[in-house]
Design a protein around this ligand. Structure first.
Ligand code: SF4
Length: 592
């Protein structure tokens, strides 16, 4: 079968950019289980973006390793071909095949699609279509695979639900083995029976079916831990091994969807993480390990891990990195100890320009944290800092935005005091209210407002050391439409795709005019999805999905936001009754 793949895909490789995206054959990523076991469930993990993005996504790598350990299932992979390759494949009638066995997507039992970003929806259709799978679930015959979505997008799946047979809600390690076992036991039965079997599994949502609840892996150290990773043959976005040190976050930033939907807080122990790191380094040969979570500086056993790993980090020249750094002096000092002298820039996310607005979003940073972090960064030898902000946040005024320039100027002054180069880049993104957060009822700022605010902040930059960029509001608008969309947007996704929409998250491919024409032709009022404030008693399309945090808690948090009142992290200030109330015995933080 690999030969067959080579025979049709390989002549196209010389005609496209970055052919290594399509060749597969990586260390850790080329095996597949042979034919012979009649009940083996063959799953293709499909990532609806380019290879470099897909292979950098830890969840994708974890699920791949997990399915490989099951004796009743096998995993293979496919990523979305870039537009040049799609064109060549269509011109030569070459179908989309998995990297491993070269099997066409239509010949798998299950296609598991990672839903990590709203603007990847049209890429899902490209992959299904090139893989010879009917786009809509209702058009799939008995032999077609089940198409199942997972990841953050599965928690508000309305816009894409007509393309899916089911969704997995929550931690894949908790749901996927049971789901694949049910499919192994019903292999050969008709489609309705297979769907029926998986619909009974907690954490599985069938579009149009009843409500479903997100499922979690409770004790992380007791559950599946990945000890292998695929090592790409070319540079990818995050070229390193990665381990997750905790899940969930209780800080309660009100704009953050993951902070609300990944609760409760579940932490791993130092010895288990250290063992995993040693095994991953030995298996992959990488010289860098990312310690991932929503806020790794909050991981209590970090010091213990460093003590445990010191000898191998020193002897192997291994770098540990903390991609999500809190903006305070303690975190910077920690990073300086971890990252040694190989310094690039340091990235911080103050998110909002003023102390008042940071209280509205419950960011939990006061001005002394910010100056302390900047001072520590330049004192420890960094030359560049990058500051991430949002604009268009609820209650924001131009006065709040002034603080962005003041902080950037402060960074330049601070660098000068420490005799560092002090390049400061400021990135401004439009705020998108997300489902399952306290801001899920808010109106999103219009494109005109966002453009105006971005220009206004940029015009006030006076220092050549500061480079400010703001994100394209057109893309932010479309993201906002889909982030809180319902099933009637599925028609628009399909029509926009038929008219050529691809890789909408990439500015070079994005074309809002095409989308607006589609909305207008279908009689869809896109503005009403993004820019309309919802009333608290309005039924929301994602109410059918229970993430664990209650709507009452979200509404309470919204009220506190409007009064600029903060809510303490429940690890420090006591339970805020978010809805989890997990008993200590179940392994979460609550109740301890
Ligand atoms: S139930 Fe209480 S302790 Fe548990 S995560 Fe929610 S707020 Fe924190």
């Amino acid at each position: 079968m690999i030969e067959e793949m080579k025979s049709d895909l390989w002549p196209l490789l010389t005609k496209v950019k970055r052919p290594v995206r399509y060749t597969g054959g990586e260390w850790g990523g080329s095996s597949f289980k042979p034919e012979g076991n009649g009940n083996l469930v063959r799953m293709c993990l499909a990532f609806p973006d380019v290879y470099e993005v897909g292979m950098s996504y830890l969840g994708f790598q974890i699920l791949y390793s997990l399915v490989k350990t099951l004796d009743y299932a096998d995993a293979e992979r496919a990523c979305c071909p870039w537009v040049d390759m799609e064109r060549e494949m269509r011109a030569s009638s070459v179908p989309l095949r998995s990297f491993e066995s070269g099997r066409i997507l239509r010949d798998f039992d299950v296609i598991g699609v990672t839903l990590q970003y709203e603007l990847c929806s049209t890429n899902i259709l490209t992959m299904l279509d090139l893989g010879r799978v009917p786009l809509r679930s209702r058009d799939r015959g008995e032999r077609a695979p089940l198409v199942i979505g997972g990841g953050p997008g599965a928690l508000a799946p309305g816009p894409v639900e007509k393309f899916f047979d089911a969704f997995c809600l929550g931690d894949g390690e908790a749901v996927l083995p049971e789901l694949l076992l049910a499919l192994a036991e019903t292999k050969g039965l008709d489609r309705a029976s297979r769907l029926d079997a998986i619909s009974a599994i907690p954490g599985v949502y069938i579009p149009g079916g009843g409500p479903a609840r997100r499922r979690i892996a409770e004790e992380l150290d007791e559950g599946f831990i990945h000890r292998t990773m695929i090592v790409p043959n070319a540079n990818i976005v995050h070229d390193r091994a990665a381990v997750q040190v905790f899940r969930g976050c209780t800080r309660g930033c009100r704009f953050c969807q993951a902070g609300m939907t990944d609760r409760p807080f579940r932490e791993r122990g130092a010895s288990s993480v250290a063992r995993q790191i040693k095994e991953l380094l030995a298996y992959t040969g990488w010289e860098e390990i990312g310690l991932l979570s929503l806020a790794t500086c909050d991981w209590r056993p970090l010091g213990e891990l460093l003590d445990c790993l010191r000898p191998i980090l020193a002897s192997g020249g291994i770098k540990l990195s903390l991609p999500s750094l809190r903006m305070d002096a303690f975190s910077v000092e920690l990073a300086s100890r971890l990252e040694g002298i190989r310094r690039g820039g340091l990235t911080f996310a103050p998110e909002a320009g003023s102390d008042r607005l940071r209280r509205v979003i419950n960011k939990g940073l006061d001005p002394s944290d910010i100056t302390g972090a900047l001072d520590a960064a330049f004192r420890h030898g960094w030359d560049r800092v990058k500051l991430y902000y949002m604009m268009g946040l609820p209650t924001e005024t131009l006065r709040d935005l002034d603080g962005i320039i003041e902080t950037a100027n402060e960074a330049v002054r601070c660098a000068k005091a420490h005799k560092r180069r002090g390049d400061v880049s400021v990135s401004l993104a439009g705020f998108v209210p997300k489902a399952h957060t306290p801001f899920q009822w808010e109106a999103q700022a219009s494109r005109e407002e966002l453009r105006e605010r971005g220009r206004s902040v940029k015009s006030r930059v006076r220092n050549k050391k500061i480079a400010l960029s703001y994100h394209e509001p057109d893309q932010t608008f479309l993201e906002g439409v889909f982030a809180r969309g319902d099933s009637s947007l599925g028609e628009a996704i399909e029509e926009a795709w038929r008219r050529g929409a691809r890789f909408d998250g990439w500015t070079e491919c994005f074309d809002l005019a095409r989308w607006m024409n589609v909305f207008s032709d279908l009689g869809i009022d896109a503005e009403s999805y993004a820019s309309r404030e919802r009333s608290l008693d309005e039924a929301l399309p994602w109410d059918v999905i229970d993430c664990g945090v209650t709507k009452e808690f979200l509404a309470r948090e919204r009220e506190r936001a409007m009064r600029a009142e903060t809510t303490d992290d429940c690890r420090a200030g006591g339970c805020n009754a978010c809805g989890w109330n997990l008993p200590a015995a179940a392994g979460g933080f609550c109740g301890r």
